[in-house]
Every structure is written in C-alpha cells, then in structure tokens.
Design a binder for this molecule. Structure first.
Ligand code: DGL
Length: 274
C-alpha cells in the first residue's frame, strides 16, 4: 500500500526540507515527526542519541504507516543513518552537509560550514570534506544558538539579531578579506536544516554577499528518484511530537501540517534525559 513520506527532525528544521519537497512535488503526501523532547540534538551524547533516534523514527513510521523516511536532520543523519537502515524496512533518505555542491561553486576555494557542534565534528562530515572538497579550506562554525532562534521563529517570535550575530561572528571573520594567507570564504553550507528557515536574516547580517547552499533540493530529487512509486498522492499532513507543542501549531500550519499529536515512543527515554 502507498503511504506518506515521513519527514523527521529533532525540531522544526525539517520543515525547510518539507518545503523543498513540496515545491518540487506539490502532491506528495507528507507527515512530520520531531523529537522536541530531546531538542537540541547537536549538544547530546552520541551513544544515547543514536538509540533515541532509532526508537523515535520507528514509532513515527509505525504511527503514520510511512512508505519512506526522510531524516531531515544533519545531526541525526551523520550519526544514525546505518542504524536506521538496519532497523527499518522502508527506504531511508538522509540529509548530510552539502559539501559537494558547495565545492562545485566556490571560486575562492574557501567554504564555511555552519552546523551544530555535533555535525561539524563528526567523522562522516570529515569524509565528505576529504572526498569532495579536499582542495578547499573549510571554516567550521558550530552555531547551536541558531537552532534556538529558528525554533522561536516558528513559534511566532522574531529571531534575536544580537544572539544571531554572536553565533555568526567566526563565519563573518572568515568571510571578510584580511591580511591572512587565505582568501575570504565565498560560499556557506547550511549544514543544519534549521538554518534555511533563517536565511532572510542570514543574508541581511552577512558583511558581504555570499553563496548559501543547503540540501533541500537534492533531497527532494532523491525522494522521487528512489521511491516515487511508493508514495501516496492523497493529502496527509499529520504531525507527531514527543513533547507537547501547541505553540508550534500556527507555524506548522504555514508549512501544510496539522496540529501536532503526541507520539508514544514506547521506551524509557523521555523528558528525564533533557
Ligand atoms: N536540524 C538539525 C540538523 O539538521 C539539528 C538541530 C538540533 O541540534 O537538534 O542538524
């Protein structure tokens, strides 16, 4: 039976991927699940987090009878893609930092990687850099504070510009021509799915024009290449959270999702680990 695509993230970041998918394929049935009880993922212990991701994704796939899982989270994908593919019987599509497309367009061969603390340090990320951008200088900026700003934005607040600037300062330093031996970076990988939600402000705050690259379009193309025939075209839009999230109802509706319902993860890994 054809089911929906399930988009999974720790929080609202996966909505940027849902948006790309909807732009390419407006009739794709989609559900959304986020593990907001454990947000943010980027500052968590890897061992516990890998188990948690598998448990939540399994519960959410069962709850909506998904045909395909899109792990719309770089922090989860760079850690647990293999575990998820071992456990689930449906295709699993991951989101990893768009190093390859960034290397294809950077003229100065200096690229910024803006992601969570976990993602910038992961061996998976290093392999992407070695394989696709070995001739580039990569400035890695852990910007977990921006995850909080994106969550607040979806809940109706205006992002705090001072906090954003503080988190972005190392990126701007590398984007500004200086007397250092390296040319300024000209391209930034948005290696966290929360960050495209803040793109308007990122562009405004940048000291020079930059090329911004995220993974949304590539994932949308991948979904149809791999699994088009599996996915229902009947509207869906159910949304599952692991902690109450009524503050997100209006923001989710803007992205075509219904009011969130609580997901039973079925294991003793709830809010006590927050
Ligand atoms: N949206 C997630 C990502 O793409 C990370 C957010 C978090 O730290 O929970 O990495």
């Amino acid at each position: 039976m054809k089911g929906p695509v399930l988009i999974f993230d720790s929080g609202v970041g996966g909505l940027s991927v849902a948006e790309s998918l909807r732009q390419h394929y407006p009739n794709t049935a989609m559900c959304y699940a986020c593990d907001n009880a454990w947000l943010p993922y980027g500052l968590r212990d890897d061992g516990l987090l890998a188990k948690r991701i598998v448990a939540v994704c399994q519960a959410a796939v069962d709850a909506c009878q998904a045909s395909v899982l899109v792990v719309a989270c770089n922090t989860a994908s760079t850690l647990a893609l293999e575990n998820l593919r071992d456990r689930l019987t449906i295709p699993v599509i991951g989101t990893v930092p768009a190093i390859k497309p960034a290397a294809a367009i950077s003229k100065t061969r200096h690229i910024g990687l803006l992601a969570t603390k976990a993602t910038v340090g992961r061996p998976y990320t290093q392999r992407l850099i070695d394989n696709f951008a070995s001739d580039c200088l990569i400035t890695r900026v852990a910007a977990d504070a921006l995850v909080v700003e994106a969550e607040a934005y979806l809940a109706g607040a205006t992002p705090d510009m001072a906090r954003m600037q503080a988190g972005l300062a190392p990126l701007w330093a590398a984007a500004t021509p200086s007397s250092s031996a390296y040319p300024a970076l000209d391209t930034v990988v948005l290696g966290c799915t929360h960050f495209p939600l803040l793109k308007t402000w990122l562009e405004q705050l940048a000291p020079v024009p930059l090329q911004w690259v995220d993974s949304g379009d590539a994932i949308a193309r991948r979904v149809t290449q791999v699994v088009d025939e599996l996915i229902s075209d009947q509207p869906d839009g159910r949304c599952f959270t692991t902690a109450p999230a009524t503050n997100l109802t209006a923001g989710l509706a803007r992205y075509g999702f219904k009011a969130p319902q609580l997901l039973d993860v079925g294991m003793n890994m709830g809010a006590e680990h927050r």
